[in-house]
Design a protein around this ligand. Structure first.
Ligand code: PDD
Length: 288
């Protein structure tokens, strides 16, 4: 049994990890999470993920139970258990356990801190190039989508509806604007300009989104953080979805209609190459 879990101060195999049914994460979805990719044992953009975790905790009125360096120590110790492999590290902090089920939380409640690492298999270049199909759906979510909350029922239903339609992702539409995917951020390319919706409470500030913008800036690719009208999606030259585990995927069909020429676009090729180079540098322990 390999040690792949950290739970409230202990390093354990998943079979030994137990939380109480009185945990508010279980009862209310009262908690926040992160998903951090690990390449050859190196955590990708850890400080960015820890900052977002801090913001999410603050957003739900919780104190951060650890300093950045304590988190770093816990997470590097956990991922070292799987050696220098590629991993997906899941980290969750819930408000903790209470005897009485009350929506309002009591003072002096101890959070439940859980992390699990698993082997990560990112899509190959060929799989990425084959792209995904997406559908558009009305965004039924709340007004705190910038918080990475474990309360994901709306996202779960959206992804399920996409799957039922033979697609892999749902692009969510709020007030006629495309915000993000059920579990990814959205980019479009129009006349060689890369666009993504600006940060707001309608979408998660994705770390992969941030890296894509950073790479565009560094390599002179014209980009803008600007609203994307739902109607702009079908006329886009390219559409991409980004996330920590799937990286950057081109959308080749939206609602059954081809996007651009129906193949992965030239700017996606360029960005994917830049992203892969970033990962490669990290694998060799270099700064990225
Ligand atoms: N989800 N938007 C939503 C709603 C997401 O759930 C995610 C990621 C993203 C992309 O964020 P990042 O680039 O930081 O991974 C955007 C993770 C991977 C998940 O829930 O498994």
């Amino acid at each position: 049994m390999s040690i792949d879990v950290y739970l409230n101060g202990e390093f354990l195999p998943i079979e030994k990890a137990r939380v109480s049914v009185t945990d508010r994460g279980f009862l209310f979805g009262d908690g926040v999470y992160e998903v951090i990719p690990v390449y050859a044992g190196h955590l990708f953009k850890l400080q960015h993920h820890l900052q977002r975790l801090h913001n999410s905790l603050r957003g739900i009125g919780m104190a951060n139970p650890h300093t950045q360096s304590e988190w770093q120590e816990i997470l590097t110790r956990l991922t070292a258990q799987l050696g220098s492999s590629d991993q997906a590290l899941y980290l969750q902090v819930t408000r903790g356990c209470t005897d009485v089920r009350d929506h309002a939380w009591p003072e002096n409640i101890e959070p439940t801190i859980y992390a699990r690492t698993k082997p990560l298999k990112t899509p190959t270049a060929e799989e990425k190039r084959r792209g995904i199909h997406a559908i558009t759906l009305d965004d039924p979510r709340w007004k705190l989508c910038n918080i990475k909350a474990i309360t994901l029922l709306a996202n779960v239903l959206a992804r399920h509806e996409a799957k039922q339609a033979g697609a892999q992702e749902a692009i969510l539409i709020s007030d006629d604007l495309a915000t993000e995917g059920a579990a990814s951020n959205l980019f479009i390319v129009r006349d060689k300009l890369l666009m993504t919706p600006p940060k707001s409470d309608s979408l998660l500030p994705g770390i992969t989104r941030e890296i894509v913008l950073e790479l565009a800036k560094r390599h002179g690719i014209p980009y803008a953080e600007a609203n994307i009208a739902a109607g702009d999606l079908h006329t886009a030259d390219e559409i991409w979805m980004s996330s920590s585990t799937k990286e950057i995927l081109p959308v080749l069909k939206l609602n059954g209609q081809s996007i651009g020429n129906g193949v992965a676009g030239a700017l996606w090729e360029e960005m994917n190459t830049l992203y892969e180079a970033c990962k490669q540098r990290l694998r060799q322990g270099e700064e990225i």
